[in-house]
Structure formats: C-alpha cells, structure tokens
Design a protein around this ligand. Structure first.
Ligand code: UDP
Length: 319
C-alpha cells in the first residue's frame, strides 16, 4: 500500500464510496464510524486487510492502541448525520461531532502531519440571498433554528479547521457538499431522493414539501467522490474552500417529474408542509473547483437516477 487514509464516517453513504475509491488507488484505509447513521454493511465488499473498520465515536480521542497505525497521509472528516430527519433526531450528537469531533480529527491530522479534508456543506449558506452561491458568500443562517445543529455545527467546523491551518500550519481543505445522491443512501433517511425513488417504486404519490418551487442541485455520488479525491491528492491548496456540487439547478417539482419519468410512472404528487427553515434555493458556483481541482460533474441526473433506482430495487454493493 502506498498511502494511509483515516476516514471518519466511513460506513456512511459518501464515506463508503470514498473508501472504494481510495482502495482502488492503493490506499490503506482506517475506516472510523460510530454507526449512528452508517452501517458496516456498506463496506462488505472490502474483505482484505486494506480496510480496517474501527467502531469509534470521533468525539473521543483514540489512543495509539486503538488506532494501530504509525502514520497517515490524509484525514477526511465526514462523520455527521447529514439528512435533516437524522440531524433533527440527533441534534446534540450532530453539534458534538462537528465541534468536538472535528477537533479530534484535526488533532489526528496534526499528530501524523497529515493533510486534513473537512466535509462541510452548502448549509453554511443557510437560506441564501444570492444565487448561485460562491465560496466567498458568507451565508444567511438562522443560528438557533431547527437546522442550526447542522448548519452552525459545520460553520464551527470550518472555523476550527482554519485555525489549525493558521496556528499550526496544517494542510487543510474545506469542501462544501451540495445535495449528493446515489446507491447506499438509506431508504428511510427522509431526504428527497430516497423518498421519491421509493415512492415511485411502490406506485405511491410523491410527497412534495411546500409548493415545490424551492430548488436544489443534485450531484451523483461518483462525481462527488472524484471531487473529494482531487482535494485529497492535489498539492498547493491548503486553506482553500471548494463547493462540490452539480450546478444544474432544479425545482423540487421538476425533480419529481424526472423521477416519475425514469420510473416510467405517471406523475402523482401530494403536498405537505415545508419543513422549518427549508432553504428556498441552492445552486453551487463551481468555477473554483473547475480551476483548482480540475473537476466538474460528469453524470447526468437521468443516468444517476437510473443507477439509484437499480440500487433501490437490489441494494447490493455492486449497484
Ligand atoms: N423534500 C420534499 N419531499 C420529500 C423530502 C424532501 O419535497 O419527501 C424537499 C425538502 O423540503 C427540500 C428538498 O426536498 O426542499 C431537499 O430536501 P432534502 O431533505 O433531500 O435535503 P436538504 O437539501 O433540505 O438538506
């Protein structure tokens, strides 16, 4: 193995795909997860010693006997609930993993002189008043509302990450993920993609929240992971922040139409109350990622949804 990566949140949706990518690229992976929302089942395709699973809550500092590694090249901190339904349920845990957990992960990176990659979120922009959102936009966030545990948790994580960069010269990169989807999303996590795909497969109406005019942009997970990988391997990007998302913006109603079309069913919808503080729009400006990471999404929504449908019909790791 050429290199060693520590991944927190490795048993989750994005984490497990990142482990696949790093294994393909000859990394030894220390996969850490407390299984609050992830499952080791997502890594069942990895049977060799190249991946070591450590069930651990990253808000606690692991000692050397627990880590069982002498060096690391990169620490990627993905651990956190990410679906609004989960982070509402796990609100205090979400604040803790993004505050204490981020600092523990930063300390690990410092101990090993490893590069640090933070999974941040478009939620740091809150309900944005500019569109598309560039990395220079400071956001419009409710600091004590129902989404604050996630939004403010990630904003704190960004601030702490930058202090480790400034004070200890740690090589850090911050990635703001916009909506990502694909195989290994949990059927029950309440997000729009698994909800609509499952509802379409069961022949049920799609549950649109609010009037469906709010927008999101959907990035297929293999594209997302390629963006993370570029942020892991490229030199000279310390202290930089990147939006990672698909710049194709759609209303939720339009998204419902595409889901119905891919499923081959007529569009039927029911309307439900909009969750508190649900952002009205979200669309990344990815010029910076294009320029410095040489990255942009490749997979169309239609192709990505097709693969997502395949997975929800047959949830095996090959899908
Ligand atoms: N949404 C919806 N129906 C659902 C689930 C979500 O209309 O069954 C809406 C939700 O209100 C939001 C958008 O879809 O405007 C994306 O929601 P999701 O929970 O996937 O992620 P978010 O972008 O809010 O973090």
């Amino acid at each position: 193995m050429d290199k060693t990566a520590i991944i927190t949140g490795a048993a989750g949706f994005i984490g497990s795909h990142l482990v696949d990518k790093l294994v393909e690229n000859q990394y030894y992976v220390l996969a850490i997860d407390n299984l609050a929302t992830g499952t080791w089942d997502n890594l069942r395709q990895h049977t060799s010693a190249q991946v070591r699973r450590l069930t651990w809550d990253i808000t606690e500092t692991p000692d050397d006997d627990t880590l069982m590694i002498q060096n690391a090249d990169v620490v990627v901190h993905l651990a956190s609930a990410a679906s609004p339904v989960h982070y509402r349920r796990l609100a205090i845990e979400t604040l803790r993993v993004n505050s204490l957990g981020t600092e523990t992960a930063l300390q690990l990176a410092r101990k090993f002189q490893a590069r640090f990659v933070l999974a941040s979120t478009s939620e740091v922009y809150g309900d944005p008043q500019v569109t598309p959102q560039s990395e220079t936009y400071w956001g419009h966030v409710n600091p004590h509302g129902e989404r604050a545990c996630y939004d403010e948790g990630k904003r704190y994580a960004e601030a702490m990450t930058m202090e480790y960069h400034r004070q200890f010269d740690l090589d850090v990169r911050i990635l703001r993920f916009f909506n990502c989807y694909g195989p290994r999303m949990q059927a029950e996590d309440g997000r729009v993609v698994p909800n609509f795909v499952r509802q379409a497969l069961l022949g049920r109406p799609l549950t649109v929240y609010g009037n469906g005019q709010q927008t999101r942009s959907f990035c297929y997970v293999s594209d997302e992971v390629e963006g993370i990988y570029q942020a892991i391997v490229r030199r000279g990007l310390s202290g930089e922040v990147f939006n990672i998302g698909n710049p194709e913006e759609r209303s939720i109603l339009n998204f419902a139409e595409v889901v119905a079309q891919i499923a081959g069913v007529p569009l039927r919808t029911t309307f439900h109350p909009l969750p508190v503080d649900d952002p009205t729009n979200r669309c990344p400006n990815i010029d910076k990622a294009r320029k410095y990471l040489g990255w942009h999404p490749q997979i169309s929504l239609e192709d990505g949804l097709q693969k997502t449908f395949d997975y929800f019909r047959d949830p095996s790791p090959r899908n």
